[in-house]
Design a protein around this ligand. Structure first.
Ligand code: 5AD
Ligand code: SF4
Length: 475
């Protein structure tokens, strides 16, 4: 790489006193923007933890930042465009900052585009792929010294898991814990297997140790995350066994996991959902389509009937389970009838929440070169129909909770004085008047009303707090 290489330009001019690789010499600001999925939110938190010992403190705007990290997502179109337009805006902020600003692009767009990013946007100093975040301090030092290539898009997940798990400053009430990364499923529309690499599980002992450490810092809820979280394995143990082991940790009140694949919903996990009260009654299980022909073209490895059978088994084990899913409309070749089959599947399941997307052509994936790409206007219309059905289902699910008493984990103060915000077992946000002493605690709350983005409730007597009990109390 030449001295003029865009990856390192602008760095040599930085005053030595602001060189960030040295241990904290005063405060430096870091602004991290996470695009896309929970994995990115988690990774961004971890990066902040990793940068804290170097003297970096989070700031609210790029203008205050000595280091800006854009943690990108590549799953649907326009990710790269969004990145370049953000970089365009940053150019001015960078020019205006007397002390200089280092710009790092992280995440899946970094993985996919690599050195192309600084070529197109010379303000970028560092490009770091999802498996190399733990080397961020080293890359910052390299870029700051203007030596060599500040670019790392290697796959070395094991190392990353462990380095990033350390030093989580103030994790709050609810925290993500990565248990698995990558995906081998190769759905024909999806870039994840290419950007995040093969499925790799973190060891049970590392996950348990991280969860223990989080619990000792006051974390009451852990959400186990991974692209295909229920593909997690350690020897003969799967996710069900892992959840049961984590449930034994003192202080851990709630366990969630996301995202699951229908093909990996094994009996042990379904049994754990039925038997372990700390496992929350909420399952995000993407279906993508209700048409068997489209599911086959997507390489999903399951039919609509397989999916419904799994839902039946899960509901038999945990009758109060709230279901969530992902759907794609307008996959290449999708006919009106095939789209109707998706609506049929949604009606058959009844979702509490869901995410739905127009098919987005991702270069390099098999579906991108399939014939009969669906017109944008048709996708728009299908998406609108699907979303109105899903919204109606979500509203009905929320409305049915009014009058019931649910255990709520209070996470943070509300906007009004004396108010706290928490979550129901079904992942809805709920606000209620409650003393600050309940922060981080689970308390019974009677649901009074459904507001546009949350539920409203009032503290109830401490009885019948588990969803099953509340169900029974309702009679
Ligand atoms: N187009 C539209 N949606 C997609 N998803 C993944 N790739 C694409 C794509 N190319 C959706 C899937 C997946 C969710 C995370 O994003 O529904 O489950
Ligand atoms: Fe993508 Fe399919 Fe893997 Fe999910 S299961 S990450 S949609 S390839």
């Amino acid at each position: 790489m030449s001295a003029q290489d865009p990856i390192t330009t602008g760095i040599d001019a930085r005053p030595a006193a602001t060189e960030p690789a040295e241990p904290a010499r005063g405060r430096r600001g870091v602004f991290i923007k996470a695009y896309g999925c929970q994995m990115n939110v988690y990774d961004s938190e971890r990066m902040a933890g990793l940068l804290a010992p170097l003297g970096y403190r989070p700031v609210d705007t790029p203008a205050e930042a000595d280091l800006v990290v854009l943690n990108t997502c590549h799953i649907r179109e326009k990710a790269a465009e969004k990145l370049y337009s953000d970089l365009g805006r940053l150019k001015e902020a960078k020019a205006a900052r007397a002390g200089g600003m280092m710009v790092a692009v992280a995440g899946c767009v970094a993985q996919a585009e690599g050195a192309e990013i600084p070529r197109r946007a010379p303000i970028v100093d560092i490009v770091v792929g999802p498996q190399a975040y733990h080397r961020l301090p080293e890359l910052i030092a390299k870029a700051a010294r203007g030596k060599g290539e500040a670019l790392d898009t290697e796959f070395a997940v094991e190392e990353k898991f462990d380095v990033l798990a350390r030093d989580r400053a103030a994790p709050g009430v609810s925290a993500f814990v990565t248990v698995q990364e990558g995906c081998d499923k190769f759905c024909t529309f999806c870039v994840v297997p290419y950007t995040r690499g093969a499925e790799i599980s973190r060891s049970a002992s590392a996950i348990i140790a991280e969860t223990r450490a989080l619990a000792s810092k006051g974390v009451a809820e852990v959400t186990l995350i991974g692209q295909n979280v229920n593909a997690w394995r350690d020897g003969d143990k799967g996710l069900g066994a892992l959840c049961r082991a984590l449930a034994k940790i003192d202080g851990v009140e709630r366990i969630r996991f996301t995202t699951s694949h229908p093909r990996d919903m094994d009996d042990a996990l379904i049994e754990a959902l039925g038997e372990e009260p700390k496992l929350m009654p909420y399952l995000h299980l993407p279906a993508q389509s209700g048409s068997d022909r489209i599911l086959a073209a997507m390489n999903r490895g399951h039919t609509a009937a397989d999916y419904l059978k799994i839902i039946g088994r899960v509901r038999a084990a945990r009758p109060d389970i709230a279901l969530s899913g992902d759907f794609i409309v307008g996959f290449p070749g999708e006919t009106d009838e095939e789209f109707e089959a998706t609506l049929g599947l949604v009606r058959a399941v009844g979702y509490a929440a869901a995410f739905s997307f127009k098919y987005s052509r991702r270069p390099g994936t098999p579906a991108a070169s399939m014939p009969k790409q669906v017109a944008e206007a048709v996708k728009d219309e299908r998406l609108a129909r699907l979303q109105s059905l899903l919204t109606a289902q979500r509203d009905a699910f929320c409305a049915a909770l009014v009058g019931r008493t649910l255990p709520v984990l209070f996470e943070k103060p509300g906007r009004r004085p004396g108010q706290l915000i928490g979550r129901t077992p079904y992942l809805q946000s709920l606000h209620a008047s409650a003393p600050a002493s309940l922060l981080g605690k689970v308390a019974p709350v009677r649901v009074l009303a459904v507001t546009p983005n949350a539920l409203a409730g009032e503290l109830a007597e401490a009885r019948g707090t588990e969803p099953q009990d509340a169900e029974a109390a309702r009679g």
